[in-house]
Each structure stands twice: as C-alpha cells, then as structure tokens.
Design a protein around this ligand. Sequence first.
Ligand SMILES: NC(=O)c1ccc[n+]([C@@H]2O[C@H](COP(=O)([O-])OP(=O)(O)OC[C@H]3O[C@@H](n4cnc5c(N)ncnc54)[C@H](OP(=O)(O)O)[C@@H]3O)[C@@H](O)[C@H]2O)c1
Length: 235
Amino acid sequence: MKEKRSAVWITGASSGIGKAIALEFIRNGVDVIASSRKVDSLKRNKDEFNNELFHYVPLDVTKHDAVKSAAKEIFKSYDICCLINNAGITTFSQASKDSHKVVDGIIKTNLLGAISTIQNVLPHFKKKGRGLIINILSIVVRKTFQNSSAYSASKAGLLAYTNVLREEVRTDNIKVVNILPGATRTPIWPAESLSKYANKMMSPRDIAKFIFEIYKLKSNLVPEEIVLRPLEGDI
Ligand SMILES: NC(=O)c1ccc[n+]([C@@H]2O[C@H](COP(=O)([O-])OP(=O)(O)OC[C@H]3O[C@@H](n4cnc5c(N)ncnc54)[C@H](OP(=O)(O)O)[C@@H]3O)[C@@H](O)[C@H]2O)c1
C-alpha cells in the first residue's frame, strides 16, 4: 500500500497568521492542508504560492459534521502529524453592544470549532502514537482588554480545555502547545487600528517562523505555553 504523505493541517489559513504559517511550512518543504470558509481566498493563496505542497479544503469549523467529514477525507490521503488551530473571529465592541448572535459566532468558531478539530484528529494521533496540536490563543488570556469580552471568553475557554487535554494525552506522545500572541498585523483589526498601530504590531511572518521552530522540535521538550508580544508592548 502506498505510504501517505505527512502533512500539517492549519485552520483559518486564508489570511493573516494562518496564511503566513502555511507559507512558512511549504517554504520548508512540509505539505500543508489549509482550511477556511472562503474558497476564493484559498484558491488565491494556491495561485500566489504556486507550490504543490499547498493543498486546501474549504471548511467552516463551526459545522461539526463538516469538520468530521473533512477530517475523514484528509486522513484518507494524508498522515496529519500536526494540527494548528488558528481560525478565529472577534468584535471590537463592548459586552453590552454584542448581540447573542455575535457572541454565539465567536464561541462557536474560536472555542467549539477548535474543540471539534481536536476531537477529529485525536483518534488518529492516538493510533499513531504521536501528534502535535498548536492552538493560537491570545494575550487576552493573560491581560484584560476592554471590547473583547466574548473573544476573551472563547480563548480562555480553549486554554482551560487544552490544559486538561495536555495532561490526558501525555502518555500518548501527543504534545499540546498554546501560543498567546499580542497585536499582530492582520485583517482581523479594523482599518483605523491598522493605520494607527501597524508599525508597533508583530508581523504574521515572524509568528509563522516561530511556530515552525516549535514544529521542528522532535525531542521530548514541549513549549506548553508561550507569550509573544511586540517589543513596544501591547496596543
Ligand atoms: N492579529 C492579532 O493581533 C492576533 C493576536 C492574537 C491572536 N490572534 C489569533 O490569530 C488567529 C488568526 O487571526 P488573524 O489575526 O490572522 O486574523 P484573520 O486574518 O482575520 O484570520 C482569521 C482566519 O480564520 C478564518 N475563519 C474565520 N471563521 C472561520 C470559520 N468559521 N471556519 C474556518 N475558518 C474561519 C478566516 O478565513 P475565512 O474567512 O475564509 O473563513 C481567516 O483565515 C485567530 O485565532 C486570532 O484570534 C490574532
């Protein structure tokens, strides 16, 4: 039987940090399965990267059944060795202004979406006796920022979930790494914040390079939780 190619699955890889991570991995010769909702953006990335190691699977992580079938298809063709939970959304408004629908969308994407992908890779990782799960959380789990209540709840929820998960899968040789980035120059920010603070923010490429270094670690060392802040501090 033909051996499956090893690959890394990145959610939210159509723009920002996820796109930069995808590019960094393919530049280093690693097959990438990039997923996000917007198929046009994924196709554009495929054209832009012009690299046969970049594969895309359109997927909305809020749809648990879709995650299940996507994972089934992906694992048919690839030996996924690493899942990077990066898909995320937010608002920049006060808790009193966020509708229930908005809060629901943030929790379903940032928290339940990541749990859903984790649930679908775990059986494969356990069977293989190895795996790496990298979650892109946020500095909001360490410091309180106004206008980010639902977002902060979603990231703090995923931190709690993955801290428990890490303890449960140690003996399966599965590593769980949480990255807590501060302000990074991506389309998640409103245009006015980008025009005001872009120079102070970190670049998605630098974040991606750092994540690739973590991926490369093949020893029993696990960077369990890492804060990444711009040199000049928070915005
Ligand atoms: N930028 C920062 O300052 C910063 C700081 C700390 C943490 N983060 C985290 O970094 C991650 C990436 O954000 P970013 O800053 O790079 O913003 P971004 O450019 O807006 O990227 C967000 C990505 O998530 C995808 N996405 C959103 N909803 C999705 C869904 N339901 N299913 C699948 N994919 C979905 C988007 O693609 P589609 O629209 O095509 O689905 C996009 O690819 C997020 O988790 C964010 O919380 C960002």
